[in-house]
Design a protein around this ligand. Structure first.
Ligand SMILES: *Cc1c(COP(=O)(O)O)cnc(C)c1O
Length: 461
């Protein structure tokens, strides 16, 4: 399988090269040049398979330059760190299915992709005799999932900047209590934007980037999207009993990575009737799906902080398909957007959007009341991100299909929001209990580029 860029500026590359490249060298995002199609009877024959077996079946045609036995091993190793035998179990509550994606080491769905990406990186670096220094900024969740993805791995060091005192206490502890030699936590005296600007500047310094083989783990890496396609299939296999049944997925959306994986699942043959794109008040994507209004606003802070995003990087992947794989049109639309803050769509394009997506933007009050109501009616606690998706699903007018809501984080990670809804914080699961008693490793630095750059330089592998 070959991968091409949404912006049309690179020669096709293999899966391995696509993973190592991350962002395409022309600034675009990588996508397969064509998709495989799994016939219904083949998907049907997967009933009863383990998560790892389904993962292998789906990932293999996309990663055809990794020998099958190696790929199997990478998948098995990645999901051995999950604390549930089904990896992503589905539970039925109040008429909807909840797809629990939070049984990985950091209790958020990003583990599903980052555990695999960490192992693939280690495998490819070893094969190529190369090293990598991952540098990233986090406002909370991605950082810990990335750290857990590569902790203790050979030929990789990771440097994660987080704004000192501005993440939740649990989020900071989840990162700083990882004391493996290859993990460097940097608590920056500043905001998340300060952290991100420093990281962007480091990546923008091409000589520095090349000298230290800087790598990124943000959701633009194709391997992350691919890993997420798997649980759409797994969930469909769990909630249907024959291949004539289609389902609806409700997806709490920020950077459009998770829901794009659902779109890929549909494209390669999974019977999905509709993908509900659920946003919080940061609703540019929701407005786009509803009426083609793709125009930026200010990012507002909500109870679901991992979805506080306006311009979603993975949306470019969908645009490429919506524009019939025509890079010139993608480039023109992106340029118009950067000049005017707007992008427009034809009626025909919107009709095509509606064949796959519907959307709903959920307010702070609705998020709180959904957590409260759900807890009252069935004793199940939703985290605020999941609650956005559940609310969107309950409000949708789609009928006749099973509704599956993606649960993207464990409620204990967002205790403050849960407390607003039910008056108390959820009980901490074992893996979060006693974190503050563990040894930790973190350096505190000012938001000074030179200082942080020197630290990365001194500790790079
Ligand atoms: C990252 C994240 C999301 C949003 O996923 P995208 O792929 O960015 O759309 C939703 N919920 C949680 C808990 C997250 O960490």
């Amino acid at each position: 399988m070959k991968y091409i860029s949404t912006r049309g500026g690179i020669d096709p590359v293999s899966f391995k090269d696509a993973v190592m490249m991350g962002l395409a060298t022309d600034g675009g995002l990588l996508l397969p040049s064509e998709y495989p199609l799994f016939p219904r009877d083949v998907i049907e024959s997967w009933r009863g398979l383990s998560y790892q077996e389904v993962a292998f079946n789906i990932i293999s045609p996309f990663a055809d330059d990794i020998p099958p036995s190696d790929l199997k091993r990478l998948i098995d190793r990645s999901y051995a760190s999950f604390n549930h035998p089904e990896i992503t179990p589905v539970v039925k509550k109040d008429g909807v299915h909840i797809l629990e994606l939070f049984h990985g080491p950091t209790l958020a769905f990003k583990d599903v992709a980052l555990q695999l990406l960490g192992n693939i990186f280690e495998y490819l670096l070893k094969e190529r005799g190369e090293k990598m220094n991952i540098v990233g900024a986090t406002s909370g969740d991605t950082g810990s999932a990335a750290i857990y993805g590569v902790r203790g791995k050979e030929n990789i060091n990771i440097f994660i900047l987080h704004p000192h005192g501005r993440t939740s206490k649990i989020q900071a502890l989840q990162m700083t209590t990882v004391t493996d030699k290859n993990v460097y936590n940097i608590a920056v005296n500043g905001t998340f934007d300060d952290c991100q600007n420093i990281v962007k500047t480091l990546f923008g310094d091409i000589a520095f980037k090349q000298r230290h083989s800087l790598g990124a783990v943000n959701s633009i890496n194709w391997a992350r999207v691919l890993a997420q396609v798997v649980y759409y299939f797994f969930a469909w296999l769990k909630v249907t009993d024959n291949s004539s049944k289609d389902v609806v997925f409700s997806v709490p959306t920020g950077n459009f990575g998770d829901i794009f994986a659902g779109y890929v699942a549909k494209r390669i043959g999974l019977p999905i009737k509709q993908l509900i794109l659920a946003t919080n008040e940061n609703n540019i994507l929701s407005r786009m799906v509803k009426n083609g209004d793709y125009s930026t606003g200010e990012v507002v802070a909500t109870l679901s902080p991992s979805m506080d995003i306006q311009v979603a990087s993975n949306f470019e992947r969908y645009l490429f398909h919506l524009f019939d794989e025509d890079s010139a049109r993608v480039n023109a639309a992106l340029e118009a957007f950067s000049n005017t803050g707007k992008m427009s769509f034809t009626r025909e394009q919107l009709q095509r959007v509606h064949q796959d997506f519907s959307s709903c933007s959920v307010s702070r009050e609705e998020t709180i009341s959904t957590i409260a109501d759900f807890n009252k009616s069935c004793g199940y606690l939703l985290d605020p991100h999941t609650a956005v998706g559940v609310r969107a699903a309950l409000d949708s007018e789609i009928s006749g299909s099973e509704l599956i809501c993606l649960a993207t984080a464990h409620p204990a990670k967002f205790g403050d929001a849960v407390k607003l809804a039910i008056g108390m914080e959820p009980e901490l699961p074992l893996s979060l209990k006693g974190l503050d008693a563990l040894p930790s490793r973190c350096v505190n630095m000012n938001a000074e580029l030179a200082e942080i750059r020197a630290f990365v330089e001194a500790n790079a592998i």
